[in-house]
Design a protein around this ligand. Sequence first.
Ligand SMILES: *Cc1c(COP(=O)(O)O)cnc(C)c1O
Length: 469
Amino acid sequence: MDNDSFRQQAHELVDWIADYYQNIESYPVKSQCEPGEILASLPTKPPESAESFDDIMQDFNQIIMQGMTHWQSPNFFAYFPANASQPSFLAEMLMSAIGAQCMSWQTSPAATELEECVMGWLRQMLDLPDTFEGVIQDTASTATLCALLTARERVSDYQINKHGFKGSEKFTLYCSIEAHSSIEKAVRIAGFGGESLRKIPVDSQGALRFDVLQSQVVEDKQRGFKPLCVIAALGTTGTTAMDPLQDIGHFCREEGLWFHVDAAYAGSAMILPECRHLSQGVELADSFVFNPHKWLFTHFDCSAYFVKDTDALKRTFSILPEYLKTKEGDQVNNYRDWGVALGRRFRALKLWFVLRSFGLEGLRAKLRKHIALAQQVQSWITEYPDFDVMAPTPLNLVCFRYHPAGAEDLNQLNMVLMERINATGKAYFTHTKVGNDVAIRWVIGQTEVEEEHITSAWELLKNTANLLD
Ligand SMILES: *Cc1c(COP(=O)(O)O)cnc(C)c1O
């Protein structure tokens, strides 16, 4: 492709993109494809000769778009969002255009230094103590893995990196039964073994039972284990429940345990002063992660990891072969030493574009709107006799179920209701379990969501539910 045709096609693509955003509500939110449908439409052999851009685009429109779920639709209420925005998108375009791989300072000094800058901004925005230093990771899963590996190395005086677990103490780690699956995954990958993760029960609000945590740690010590780390959730994935950070934080200090806070979704709310009471105790953490790629209008992937002991972090991850040595040495941050991957995308750029384009005021206004809309939804559901609210709504996730008089298998009924809604393509919900009960999750965190969207979705829910009886 020569530069002239590139210019023309890129212009056409920008029009395609603007049209897409304009018409996004006309697509079914959740792809209505059956398994195997897309693959069956694709050639089984790679093309021998070059194909034209027009041909590729035609297949993109006809085949690929069928199989896309529209995460940026304002009618997407599933999972947690991966909300994006135009400024973030434009920054991604520039990043793609330059195509830099930013593993060390020298490979693009601006990428490293802008990352230092925006992570400092985020730290202030969330009112985190300045003893934290930040680094961007791809996902919260990776950030949590980094936390566990650093905790492991620091406590073993960096010997497990060297010799493996042979002869080392038998470590135990702690989280609640509602903690995200990425925690168990990190425990497995870090070599502790899934059994060493103690899953502590939760109270009626979905928060980790601190009394049970304390007695479990005492019991483990008596049985010869070495408690290492507690992972607390600031906003669980199922229901945005808040673990008691302050109690856990003080306890971790007394016991010499690493304290990691997983705020992957709800962390964004800490830019609102009125939400800071939810994060009290976070200053006691050794490490903290939240995802601007979930609820801060920055494209996936962008996960903000904050850690106090950056020396321990770097000692855990740094390996310096000859071909990576640069003359700046320790004078600069080489973020390849701050995590798992060597190669790094320039993710700070999209955060910078977002923070500057919205300003703190703009970001706060969006988040406040989402929270207010969710509170509105919660009151509709509370007042409507055939629906129950299933968990507290501290932010913008409402967990609910349909509960008509006389219905028997409510779990089955709610799964059917949800699938019917999703099959309309007009809205997309996912579910969780609260105790043994299926609850439909309604997350209101889309960049362009307005009152009209939640009003239509609520009508759709009521009408679809009535037709089930
Ligand atoms: C979404 C989520 C994660 C995982 O986030 P990734 O960035 O996809 O790894 C971890 N913890 C919680 C509480 C989450 O909600």
